[in-house]
Design a protein around this ligand. Structure first.
Ligand SMILES: Cc1cc2nc3c(=O)[nH]c(=O)nc-3n(C[C@H](O)[C@H](O)[C@H](O)COP(=O)(O)OP(=O)(O)OC[C@H]3O[C@@H](n4cnc5c(N)ncnc54)[C@H](O)[C@@H]3O)c2cc1C
Length: 472
């Protein structure tokens, strides 16, 4: 069906998918393809959640299109379309520049291994043993090892090696060395295999293609409409209130934050004491800040790499990476080749991990001042890589954790859902309330575009099984 208005919704749906992040979009598409009647509800005026973009002046800024593993190609081919899969292209160069090392890599396992042996002077056998340990990790194994213990086991005292192996992962999913090693192992094994990829045409093109696919498969899409409350009878989903309207449905697939889902969308009274005791310690993940810079028409950026991990901090430190006193920035450089069909345009997005509280506690005046300082410092820092950059830019904008909170309603403006302990809660919601499911960036393993989309696939299959059982 495609986009509809609130007064056009049907009386009854098999499933309401609440939230159109990559997990919500992918779930909705699979469920509709499998013949279910699906309503996709999104509070924002755009689909995509964090995977989004915005247009200012003559620029299109991608918010979170920087890079993902090759697995994204298979996911798009199997669950979206071949045309979309064909747009996955390799990012040419990833550069590191910090006081400990400076080089470019294609982000493949081969190149990483070469650098670890030749530049970091490690034994090939040690590197191989490290990879093997990662590859053998299994989510279902009980293992209390932390990521920092894993590094200490294989590369004792080597802060430089930890920086190389950890910095891209911290950037990609906000995790630190204090998380369980399994979260690192799975993400690293996914990421560091065949290089880093991106979507040709940008996030705007990807979302346009996804919407066309959803429409073709019969999903009703309701934008600017908030999922307010799930309706439950005899321990089962029977409907929902969306934008003030009662809609009957047999199941709800939440793509919102897992804590908000339990506490606000459903209500704690519907969960067992035992389950709620496990929900209590679930931590919201950290957030990020970004500075978006658009270049004047006719200005060019000579190739400086596609992704640049930079830092002036002498050593790798998880705390420093999150600090408001920014020492590390990851620049994503968008050359005109990203959008071959559009007018040539260069943009750069500088990202840093961030703590919500550092920004949320500020007065309006201090917030404005600190945001401006972040912009000024970022432009000054970028001058090292693009000399004279301040004069080349014609538009600049910044986002903080408060911006993410505003646009996605995610508590704490989290860019990465919850920490690892949230995954078990997310996967077991349906055992508490019949027909209630969750998919989305959670537990680090399932974060990022690929993780969220793949989690959407897993949950769609569970929803399908539940609906099939009801109709038997
Ligand atoms: C700055 C930044 C850079 C990133 N870079 C990368 C990268 O390079 N590569 C990568 O793979 N990943 C990256 N990510 C992470 C990636 O974007 C996310 O992990 C992924 O998009 C999350 O998808 P999700 O399905 O969890 O949903 P989300 O994106 O969290 O979407 C949830 C949706 O639910 C909606 N919603 C919330 N409440 C309601 C409600 N009550 N009613 C209706 N709708 C509601 C929200 O509006 C939102 O659209 C980045 C993230 C950020 C913030």
């Amino acid at each position: 069906m495609g986009r509809i208005k609130i007064d056009e919704v049907s009386d009854k749906y098999d499933v309401i998918v609440a939230g159109s992040g990559l997990a919500g979009l992918t779930s909705a598409n699979i469920l509709a393809k499998n013949g279910n009647k699906v309503l996709l509800v999104e509070q924002h005026f755009l689909l995509g959640g964090l995977a989004t973009y915005f247009k200012r002046k003559n620029h299109i800024f991608d918010v979170s299109l920087h890079g993902f593993p090759i697995g994204m190609k298979k996911t798009l081919r199997r669950y979206w379309s071949q045309d979309m899969a064909d747009r996955i292209v390799q990012v040419k160069g990833v550069r590191f520049d910090n006081p400990q090392f400076s080089f470019e890599t294609d982000f493949t396992k081969e190149d990483f291994t070469k650098k670890l042996v030749a530049q970091f002077d490690l034994e090939q056998e040690v590197v191989d043993a490290f990879y093997k340990e990662l590859a053998d990790m299994n989510y279902y194994d009980q293992n209390d090892m932390k990521t920092k213990d894993l590094f200490e086991k294989f590369f004792p005292g080597r802060n430089d090696v930890m920086r190389l192996l950890m910095e891209p992962i911290t950037y990609a999913n906000g995790s630190t060395v204090n998380e369980p090693a399994i979260t690192y192992g799975i993400v690293f094994s996914n990421f560091m295999s065949k290089g880093c990829y991106t979507f040709e045409g940008g996030t705007d093109k990807m979302l346009e293609m996804m919407e066309a696919e959803l429409t073709k498969n019969g999903v009703d899409i309701l934008l600017r409409s908030r999922f307010e409350k799930a309706k439950i009878e005899d321990g089962k989903i029977v409907g929902a209130i969306v934008a003030g309207k009662d809609i009957a449905c047999d199941s709800v697939m939440s793509n919102g934050n897992i804590i908000s889902t339990i506490k606000e969308w459903v209500g704690e009274e519907h969960f067992s004491e035992e389950f709620l005791a496990k929900v209590k310690p679930v931590r919201i993940n950290n957030s990020s800040c970004q500075v978006y810079m658009g270049f004047k028409p006719g200005e060019k950026i000579d190739y400086i790499g596609d992704l640049l991990f930079t830092s002036n901090c002498p050593e790798y430190s998880s705390d420093k990476l999150l600090s408001k006193d920014i020492t590390s920035r990851t620049y994503s450089v968008y050359y005109p080749e990203l959008r071959p069909d559009a007018e040539p345009d260069y943009t750069v997005v500088a990202s840093t991990n961030a703590n919500y509280d550092d920004w949320a506690c500020l007065s309006e005046e201090d917030y404005k001042r600190d945001k401006q300082k972040m912009i000024d410092d970022t432009i000054a820092a970028l001058d090292k890589y693009i000399p004279g950059v301040a004069d080349k830019i014609d538009y600049v904008e910044a986002a903080t954790p408060k911006t993410f909170e505003h646009y996605t309603l995610a508590p704490g403006g989290t860019s990465f859902g919850t920490k690892f302990e949230g995954l078990d809660i997310s996967m077991n919601l349906h055992k508490q309330v019949g027909g209630l499911f969750h998919a989305g960036s959670v537990g680090i393993i399932m974060s990022g575009w690929l993780g969220a989309a793949n989690y959407g696939v897993i949950t769609a299959n569970n929803v399908d099984r539940y609906l099939f059982g009801l109709n038997k």
